[in-house]
Design a protein around this ligand. Structure first.
Ligand code: PMP
Length: 395
């Protein structure tokens, strides 16, 4: 059968990461590979109560079709929370999406034609790469250091690619590196975007999960021209399963997102939206987020202690001040995909770093997740990983 698929799928290959995550599912494996929140922290009893409240008070509306923009009480609550993060937004500029992932896909749909350039951090979030790639774009990667994307390199690329469509950045506790863009660079990136007249897509799922250091204002806070599209989500502060995220952007963007979202899914799950709104009405979500931060801080500390104790000395690693991940860089001769299979034999797993670089290369890094494993498993898993690393690096 000569099935004709679209050009968009011409580079289609089953996801390497999907295969990796599948082999890490076995119960004997301690996996630092995924990016899941700690399941024991989900507020199940409060959600039960919120479901009851919604069904008793608004049952028919919760099961009915709804508006594309999203449930107004939830959008108002989001605006309230964003105020605390130094962002003043009218409710009309905020729409609900089916997770931030949908916002990333819609962003590709809004901006990208074949051959267009997206400027991003190197490395960057794998599922954003895949979402944008579907629209057949090219990526220009900007190197990072411990203060995030290099502004010198960014300016060089803005000069070299004057028609680039947008800058994609994850300024807080970036996935995969855990790095945070410094305050100076936040001011610089917006100045450069203004100067070179380019939108910024600020993807910020982790900013609210800061457990150390000082809160930094989002890039959107410095946006005086309505060029920053701010994306965030309930996935890391409440529940990823409810699939709720949001976009905050100026009307000229928001209208286009609404137009495209309507043809994608009509609207995000209205029952989920009402449950989340009822939950936030009844419970102090900030208190809940504080619990998450406490647990993740302890786990990050433990993981970093284990790296110091169990790993060979000639490696580099990040110490994130929030979020779910840290990033380990090994000497350049080490291929972490090969290391991954050695680690699996020792019943421990991570994600090799190469797929996070859209243009390839960079085989010597890997990502570790600390949110999803108990302290005992972190201790044991890091010991197993340390043994594998010593074996490989001492060879
Ligand atoms: N952006 C980044 C940087 C992420 O790490 C994730 C999830 N891991 C998402 C977006 C998507 O999150 P969700 O769709 O669950 O909101």
């Amino acid at each position: 059968m000569a099935i004709q698929f679209s050009n968009r799928l011409k580079d289609f290959a089953p996801s390497e990461i999907g295969e990796i995550l599948e082999v890490t599912q076995k119960p004997e494996i301690i996996s630092f590979a995924g990016g899941l929140p700690a399941p024991e922290l989900f507020p199940i009893e409060d959600v039960k109560q919120a479901c009851k409240t919604v069904l008793e008070n608004q049952g028919a509306a919760a099961l009915q079709y709804s508006t594309t923009e999203g449930y107004i009480p939830l959008r108002k609550q989001i605006c309230e929370r964003m105020k605390a993060l130094d962002m003043e937004s009218p409710v009309e500029d905020v729409i609900i999406t089916t997770g931030s992932q949908q916002a990333l896909d819609l962003t590709g749909k809004i901006f990208l034609d074949e051959g267009d350039v997206v400027i991003c951090e190197s490395p960057t979030y794998l599922a954003a790469i895949n979402a944008f790639k579907t629209y057949q774009c090219k990526f220009v990667e900007i190197p990072m250091d411990d203060e995030g994307m290099s502004m010198v390199e960014l300016e060089k690329s803005l000069k070299e690619y004057p028609h680039a469509k947008f800058i994609y950045t994850i300024p807080d506790f970036q996935n995969p590196t855990g790095r945070t863009l410094s305050l100076e660079r936040r001011k610089k990136i917006i100045a450069l975007a203004n100067q070179y007249d380019i939108p910024i897509v600020e993807d910020n799922p982790y900013g609210a999960v800061r457990f150390a250091g000082e809160m930094l204002p989002p890039i959107k806070h410095f946006d005086t021209e309505g060029r920053v599209i701010y994306l965030s989500t309930f996935s890391k502060i409440f529940s990823p399963g409810l699939r709720l995220g949001w976009i905050y952007a100026a009307p000229h963007y928001i209208q286009r997102y609404i137009f495209l979202k309507e043809s994608t899914d009509l609207h995000s799950n209205i029952f989920s939206q009402m449950i989340t709104a009822a939950y936030m009405e009844a419970v102090d979500i900030e208190g809940h987020i504080d619990k998450i931060k406490e647990v993740y801080k302890e786990r990050r500390n433990l993981m970093v202690d284990c790296i110091e104790r169990e790993f060979p000395k000639d490696i580099h690693y990040t110490t994130p001040e929030g979020g779910l991940f840290l990033w380990v860089e090994l000497p350049p001769q080490i291929d972490t995909k090969e290391l991954f299979y050695k680690a699996l034999k020792n019943n421990v797993a991570f994600v090799p770093g190469a797929p996070f670089y859209p243009n390839g290369g960079h085989k010597n890094a890997f990502r570790l997740n600390y949110s999803n494993m108990s302290n005992e498993k972190i201790l044991e898993g890091m010991k197993r990983l340390g043994d594998v690393l010593k074996e490989v690096l001492d060879a």
